[in-house]
Write a protein that binds this ligand. Structure first.
Ligand code: VG1
Ligand code: CO
Length: 541
């Protein structure tokens, strides 16, 4: 029997990046099946289609892949291309969808959220351009989850995903591919691997922390095998189902081992960390932390030094809460800079239309038109290519960048696992008070404007509202407030803070000190401590 009766589950609404829940929620009978069948139904079925499937190696991923393959076969799919062991990084999955002309793909990951039986799991559908499904599609998927009555799944043993090559499952071909090869080949077309080999040959030292997640095999192949970095340059290089207990979120808090190494006496020349599914990156120099917003600006300003971008950039895009550092680079280059809501799905149309070549988010995500996802190792290679051409280290490149463009001090403060009703009450009260704020002087800063960000996609006109509350101050400082759409426990408040310093003085302050007046003004305007009882954020990036 391939038809199975089911009833809807509440709350199968994809967030910023797919559906994320506690693993145990996903492992309930029919839960994954319902969401996958709803996805298939929402995209007009998968009959005769080619799909890509893979994930970040977390607990339940291989088992989920077996279920999805049997469902794809029962739904009439022609072929599913799946990474060996059900492994694919998010950017590698995006690339495979594109080069194989697949109708779409399913990525099994909760990205930067921890993994394991007591942690998080996730499922995300990507469309034929290789990018995350846009809101029209995720809304159709959610609608389908609410009315589902049956799903289709073959009652056969799970296919073997450990052996490369083709097998059949019912009438469908299961093609198990090397998860790394095509992606590594793509990187060779974008960057000067000869120059990078030269850099490592001269003794350049890196530490790439894969956080026991999916980038391990990719980073080992690219940096140690193809580029000749010293063996052991990639650490935590084996993907583990629970990430060895690590929280694979590449920021100073969670990648603290790497931070300590890079700030220590024997720091290598360059350090980087990746997240669970490989689309995020944190970049560090010896004794230097690069804020993601600055990283985007530096990559934009120097992209022409890399072979894949030698012709220059068509335009750039950043998510709204990302700092305006890249806007100044775009103005200097005379190219357009777009401002989108949070989440990579909003970049897809701009990339497809050829309006932008480079995109980024403050949450350690940078990427380009080579795929339709953000791409952590791509960003690392781009940094290294720039370092090789300029013959300068990270600290010198940053100092030079700030001298030229001024410095946008930036920080994000996260308050995690807040009671949902309290977080909503706080933001509703703030929203209600917004009209009274312009003109107020708070902690020495004058409020110039307050609004709630809405976006009209310039390519297809689709509208997205309620994308973040923002306060602009007269000196150009800014604060943005929004609730996370990727968490699985309560509400996470994100407070994004920035202030511009044109220089030449004041370019080397500690960001928290530079932002102190903005932080104080935010507390006065929002009252975070009063509502939540929290004296300080859980995570500062
Ligand atoms: C977060 C980040 C956002 C990112 C998203 C997915 O979303 O803020 O910039 O695109 O995660 O990244 P939210 O809604 O929690 O703020 V990933 O690497 O988790 O796919
Ligand atoms: Co990710």
């Amino acid at each position: 029997m391939t038809r199975h009766t089911t009833t809807p589950f509440a709350g199968q609404k994809p967030g910023t990046s797919g559906l994320r829940k506690k693993t145990a929620v996903f492992m309930q009978p029919n839960y994954l099946e319902n969401f996958v069948q709803a996805t298939f139904d929402a995209i007009g079925g998968v009959a005769d289609k080619v799909l890509v499937l893979g994930g970040d190696g977390r607990y339940f991923g291989a088992q989920a892949a077996g279920i999805i393959l049997k469902m794809a076969a029962a739904n009439g799919a022609a072929r599913v291309i799946v990474g060996q062991g059900a492994w694919l990084s998010t950017p590698a999955a995006s690339h495979l969808i594109r080069i194989r002309g697949a109708a779409g793909g399913i990525i099994l990951s909760a990205s930067h959220n921890p993994g394991g039986p007591d942690e998080d799991f996730g499922v995300k559908y990507n469309i034929g351009n290789g990018g995350p499904a846009p809101e029209t599609v995720t809304e159709a998927i959610f609608a389908a989850t609410q009315t589902i009555t049956e799903y289709r799944k073959l009652d056969v043993p799970d296919p073997d995903l450990t052996v490369l090559g083709e097998t059949v499952l019912g009438a469908m071909v299961v093609e198990v591919v090397d998860p790394v090869a095509a992606y590594a080949d793509l990187m060779e077309t974008l960057f000067d691997f000869k120059a990078l080999r030269g850099l490592f040959h001269e003794g350049f030292r890196v530490r790439i922390d894969s956080m026991n997640a999916i980038t391990g095999p990719y980073a080992t192949e690219i940096f140690e095998r193809r580029l000749g970095a010293a063996p052991g340059s990639v650490v935590h290089a084996t993907p583990l189902p629970d990430f060895g207990g690590m929280h694979p979120d590449p920021n100073p808090t969670w990648a603290h081992e790497l931070m300590a190494e890079m700030m220590g006496p024997d720091a290598p020349d360059f350090g980087a960390a990746s997240d669970g599914d490989g689309d995020r990156n944190m970049v560090l120099g010896r004794g230097v932390y690069v804020s993601p917003s600055d990283s985007l600006a530096v990559l934009a300003a120097n992209a022409h030094l890399c072979p894949g971008y030698a012709a220059g950039l068509k335009g750039v895009a950043r998510s709204m809460p990302t700092s305006m550092a890249v806007d100044r680079v775009a103005a200097d280059l005379g190219i357009d800079c777009y401002e989108t809501p949070t989440g990579w799905k909003f970049f897809g149309n701009l990339l497809d239309a050829g309006r932008v070549s480079l995109c980024g988010e403050e949450s350690f995500g940078t990427g380009s038109d080579h795929v339709r996802e953000k791409d952590g190792l791509w960003a690392v290679l781009m940094w290294l290519n720039i370092i090789a051409v300029r013959g300068q280290g990270v600290a010198e490149i940053m100092a030079d960048h700030w001298e030229r463009f001024g410095r946008t001090y930036y920080s994000r403060h996260d308050y995690e696992a807040l009671p949902v009703d309290i977080a909503e009450l706080m933001l509703n009260q703030f929203r209600a008070a917004m009209p009274t704020m312009p003109g107020q002087v708070v902690e020495g800063l004058t409020v110039a404007a307050v609004d709630e960000f809405a976006y009209a996609d310039p390519v297809d006109g689709s509208a997205s509202s309620g994308q973040g509350l923002r306060v602009l101050f007269e000196d150009g400082a800014r604060v943005v407030l929004r609730l996370s759409g990727t968490g699985t426990e309560g509400a996470t408040l994100r407070v994004y803070l920035e202030r511009y310093e044109p220089g030449p003085d004041g370019l080397t302050l500690d960001p928290q000190a530079a932002l102190a007046p903005v932080i104080r003004a935010t507390e006065v305007l929002v009252g975070i401590e009063g509502y939540t009882g929290r004296e300080e954020p859980d995570v500062i990036t």
